[in-house]
Ligand binder design. Sequence first.
Ligand code: ADP
Length: 275
Amino acid sequence: FEVRATRLPARGVDGSLVMVTLHDITALRRLEQMRADFVANASHELRTPLSSLIGFTETLATSAREDSAAREQFLAIMLEQGRRMQRLIEDLLSLSRIEMEEHTPPSDPINLREVIGGVARFLEIRAREKNMDIRLEGEDAPVVVIGDGDQLTQIFQNLLDNALKYGRPSTPVVVRWTQVERGPAAMPAAVRAPCLRVSVIDQGEGIAKEHLPRLTERFYRVDKARSRAMGGTGLGLAIVKHVVVRHRGAMTLESEIGKGTTINLFLPLYEPTLG
Ligand code: ADP
């Protein structure tokens, strides 16, 4: 609490009165702390590949100049570190763009089957590398939500990318959509019933219960080194959550160690019925 004292105008012969008010500033402080943490985390995440780029450039400019094998190896590392910085900056820009638009709900009718189909085709080659396939399961009728096509594409890309990254080789990733009677309480009441549920289901290593509530925080990862090694930025699920909130939807996570993970998105339907 912050205590504020205000001197009121003098009254009568006893002199002035003082009004003391208590202001709850915990929420404000928490927000300030979150912003400070975010800037520190983002700077740290960018500094690591940048240091590596500078280090290898220096080595190439001096000792490794004449060694063609070393040169090739260093250039490959530098390219990867540059790409890593690019991914981070793209994700950071996406997040800030989504945040800026957070209070203007999207208004376009979007056929989600087309969005999901497009993302699945785009990731087909990646899936095949792990002998996995992406199965689409749902009603044939068009599934239309009120949305932002680019942002919806991005969140399904992030979710399927994770499912392929963390899924076990030779297992399928399933995207299943269905109309449900009621969305979770986190959804605005006006659009909660009926709504659309889209689940992205993998048969991977799963996530321990204690991590689940924190996964949508920026830069939160279960295993930092592993996520980095796989090219992750730690921002994918934060982006998903922000887009879902902007769409007046909700997101739930279910996971079991050794069995797999299911991420459910609930989105308002464009029309009261499918089709
Ligand atoms: P990243 O870029 O690290 O994948 P995300 O924000 O997409 O970042 O996910 C945050 C963390 O959540 C990941 O680092 C990983 O530990 C965990 N995670 C996300 N999706 C899955 C999944 N399908 N299976 C297991 N773990 C997952």
